[in-house]
Design a protein around this ligand. Structure first.
Ligand SMILES: [Zn+2]
Length: 265
C-alpha cells in the first residue's frame, strides 16, 4: 500500500466555457485561464501521464510542485477553450475519451445543457497529441460500470482500450477514468484484466493503482489555486465538498436510467 501523498495530486476538469448548463461541471474559460496562469507562475508543473504511471509503479516520490491535469469526456470545445491555454503556459494534460462518441455529439449523459455537445474527433485528437497532449480511456459509452454485469464491464473497458491502442498506440491504453468515479474491487479487477495499468475513481484513493483518486474542479472552485492543490484548511474543505458532489452525480445515472425505461444501462 503506497501513501497517497507520495503521488502527485490529480485535478479533473470537464467542460471549459461553452454554453451554460444547470449542472456543476462547467468551468468558465476566464476562470480556467486564470488558474492555469496562476499555477504556472507559482511554480507548478504538470506531469505527463506516462511519467505519472512510472511514479505509481516504481513508487518514486513526487516533487511537491507537480500535478497531473486531466479532462473527462473529451468535449470538442477543449480544443478552443483549454488546450491553447495549456500550450501558452507550457502545461500538458490527459483527456479521458468516451471512445464510442469520438467525433459525435453526446447522447450518453444528461448535462442539463438544452443542446447536444460535440466531442473531439480523431483528427483533432491526433493534432493535439502531436503538440504533447495525452489521451486515455473513459470507457466506450460512459455507463456507470458498477451497475453492469462482468461481461458488459469487460466490453466497455476492453472495446475502449482496443480503439485507443489501435488509433493512438500502446500508451493510450494504459489508463482509465471510471465514469462518475464509480468503481469497486470487481471493477478494478476487470480493468486490470482488460490491460489497464492505472485507474482513476473519485476523490478518495484506496492505495491500489487501479483506484487512484482525483479532485474534480467544479464551477464554484474559482480561486487561482483549485482546492485539489491547496494545502490549507480551505483546500481540505473544498476536497470534501467535491467528494460529496461527485457522489451526488449518481443522480445523472438515475435520470438516464429512468429515461431509458428503467433498464440498468
Ligand atoms: Zn465523464
Amino acid at each position: 500500500m503506497r501513501s497517497a501523498h507520495t503521488l502527485p495530486p490529480v485535478l479533473c476538469y470537464h467542460r471549459i466555457g461553452g454554453p451554460p448548463e444547470l449542472g456543476v461541471t462547467r468551468v468558465a474559460h476566464s476562470v480556467f485561464a486564470r488558474q492555469m496562469h496562476a499555477l504556472a507562475r507559482s511554480g507548478w508543473r504538470t506531469v505527463p501521464l506516462r511519467e505519472f504511471v512510472t511514479r505509481v509503479q516504481c513508487r518514486v516520490p513526487a516533487p511537491p510542485n507537480e500535478f497531473l491535469l486531466s479532462f473527462d469526456d473529451g468535449y470538442a470545445s477543449l480544443a478552443d477553450n483549454a488546450y491553447p491555454v495549456l500550450v501558452d503556459v507550457g502545461f500538458t494534460a490527459t483527456t479521458f475519451l468516451v471512445t464510442d462518441f469520438v467525433g459525435r455529439t453526446n447522447t450518453w449523459d444528461v448535462r442539463y445543457t438544452w443542446r447536444r455537445l460535440p466531442h473531439l474527433d480523431w483528427d483533432a485528437i491526433e493534432r493535439w497529441r502531436g503538440r504533447g497532449l495525452e489521451f486515455a480511456s473513459h470507457t466506450a459509452s460512459h455507463a456507470r460500470l458498477t451497475w453492469l454485469s462482468d461481461e458488459r464491464v469487460a466490453d466497455e473497458l476492453g472495446r475502449s482500450r482496443q480503439t485507443l491502442v489501435g488509433r493512438l498506440g500502446p500508451d493510450a491504453g494504459r489508463a482509465v477514468a471510471y465514469p462518475f468515479g464509480a468503481r469497486d474491487e470487481r471493477i478494478e479487477g476487470l480493468a486490470r484484466a482488460a490491460g489497464y495499468e492505472v485507474g482513476f475513481g473519485g476523490v478518495r484513493a484506496t492505495g491500489s493503482a487501479l483506484a487512484l483518486g482525483r479532485v474534480p474542479v467544479y464551477m464554484w472552485d474559482r480561486g487561482p489555486t483549485p482546492f485539489g492543490l491547496r494545502r490549507d484548511a480551505t483546500g481540505t474543505l473544498g476536497r470534501l465538498v467535491a467528494g460529496i458532489a461527485n457522489r451526488c452525480a449518481v443522480g445523472t445515472s438515475w435520470m438516464l436510467k429512468l429515461r431509458s425505461g428503467g433498464a440498468v444501462v
